[in-house]
Design a protein around this ligand. Structure first.
Ligand SMILES: Cc1ncc(COP(=O)(O)O)c(C=O)c1O
Length: 401
């Protein structure tokens, strides 16, 4: 059970899903006039938009689909460049390639999110979108990123997949850029097994995202609209069962966030009080982060590797999935002349910081993120203290090779 929402499945989800099963309306589209049609997906969209403080939300089948539809809505297509950090889940990069665009990999900083200082040197006449990724629950430095975007007349797509529930400057993430894409997969703050949500305040962008997600149709159709479809779309629709499950999870999102924040504060405090030399916490761009993980950065990569091994984990650099160096399918991509576009070691600052970083689980327990060790959203005081003590012992011992 990797994400906090999956630890807390209960009566709320059961009630919403049972309603759908009783009526048999399994698609997001049903009869406008039949009171048995419960409109779970449409309700999820309305509540998520309200909670985020934007005009539009669109539920889709996953975070990858949410990013693809967002890219298309922002006009990304063949040959268009998108700036994206090299430390992210592969989907942020592969979604750009899937719609014909060209991902341009950018460095991250000690927040483990996009380094705004690395963007301007990588902008070309073909760049259209900057895609910050709010990694491991931490909002990206949106003020600085938006300033670059404004200076160069670029659009911003926030990949919010790992930070549902986080805020930046008091507002929901996903509302700072032109569009925000969320995931409801099993590792996320709340889940529907698989699922995704897009938010935007711009009606034109929303209509294009909706059309791409459903064969070119206009938003909220309930019937056929032959002759009115203006763009080529595919099918990324969310179904009523997933929408129902997600509604149950959304009802407990605030409870989940406060449980995460409480546990993270106590876990972090225990590590701070131990005053471990040569170890610091990663930079948080806003205290509104969603507290799913606690990341520590050591001065020395050898020591970080020893400490991680001692607690049965790995440094973030070695943890697998989220580092461009380990994305063989991306490293295989070539340019128009057949030359590789990307290569291992092309982001030296990212590599350096990640080789010194260890992610400790607070609510997301995922070895693929390097967070196979730590606590979870239900951990009690004794478990929390035991995990902290074990890590502190390992960190102290790790100073002596
Ligand atoms: C940063 C990031 N972007 C995109 C995705 C893709 O989301 P999904 O798995 O729902 O397609 C994920 C999911 O792991 C993610 O962590």
């Amino acid at each position: 059970m990797p994400g906090p929402g999956s630890f807390l499945i209960g009566e709320e989800e059961r009630r919403h899903v049972a309603e759908v099963m009783e009526t048999g309306y399994l698609s997001r589209y049903g009869s406008e006039t039949d009171p048995r049609f419960k409109r779970k997906v449409v309700t999820l969209e309305r509540l998520f938009a309200e909670r985020s403080g934007v005009r539009h939300a669109l539920a889709v089948n996953g975070g990858t689909g949410a990013i693809m539809a967002s890219l298309v809505a922002l006009g990304v297509g063949p040959g268009v460049e998108v700036l994206v950090p090299g430390y992210t889940f592969v989907a942020s990069i592969s979604a750009v390639l899937a719609v014909g665009g060209i991902p341009i990999l950018a460095e991250m900083d000690e927040s483990l999110t996009m380094d705004p200082g690395d963007l301007e040197g990588k902008i070309t006449g073909r760049t259209r979108v900057i895609m910050p990724v709010h990694m491991l629950g931490n909002p990206s430095a949106m003020d600085a990123i938006n300033a670059v975007a404004r200076r160069h007349k670029l659009l911003v797509l926030e990949d919010c997949c790992q930070a549902l529930g986080a805020t930046y400057r008091g507002k929901a993430i996903g509302t700072y850029g032109d569009i925000g894409a969320f995931s409801l997969n099993i590792n996320k703050t709340i889940t529907s097994g698989d699922g995704g949500i897009i938010i935007t305040d711009d009606t034109g962008i929303y209509e294009r995202a909706f059309a791409y997600h459903d064969q070119g149709h206009k938003p909220l159709r309930m019937g056929l609209e032959i002759g009115k479809r203006s763009i080529l779309g595919i099918n990324l629709r969310m179904n009523e069962l997933s929408g129902a499950f997600a509604l149950g999870q959304l009802e407990k999102l605030d409870r989940i966030l406060s449980m995460l924040k409480d546990r993270k504060a106590r876990f972090k405090n225990a590590l701070s009080e131990a005053r471990i030399p040569g170890m610091k916490f990663r930079v948080l761009n806003d205290p509104g982060e969603c507290a799913t993980l606690l990341v520590v950065i050591f001065d020395d990569p050898g020591r970080a590797a020893r400490v991680a091994k001692e607690v049965g984990s790995k440094t973030v650099a070695e943890s697998g999935w989220h580092v461009y160096n380990h994305m063989e399918q991306i490293l295989a991509v070539t340019d128009e002349k057949g030359k590789p576009r990307y290569h291992k070691g092309m982001l030296p600052r990212t590599d350096d910081i990640l080789s010194r970083s260890i992610a400790l689980s607070v609510g997301v327990v995922d070895a693929g993120l390097g967070a196979g060790f730590g606590i979870n959203v239900l951990s009690n005081d004794v478990e929390l203290r035991a995990a902290a003590d074990r890590f502190i012992r390992a960190a102290r011992a790790g100073s002596n090779p």
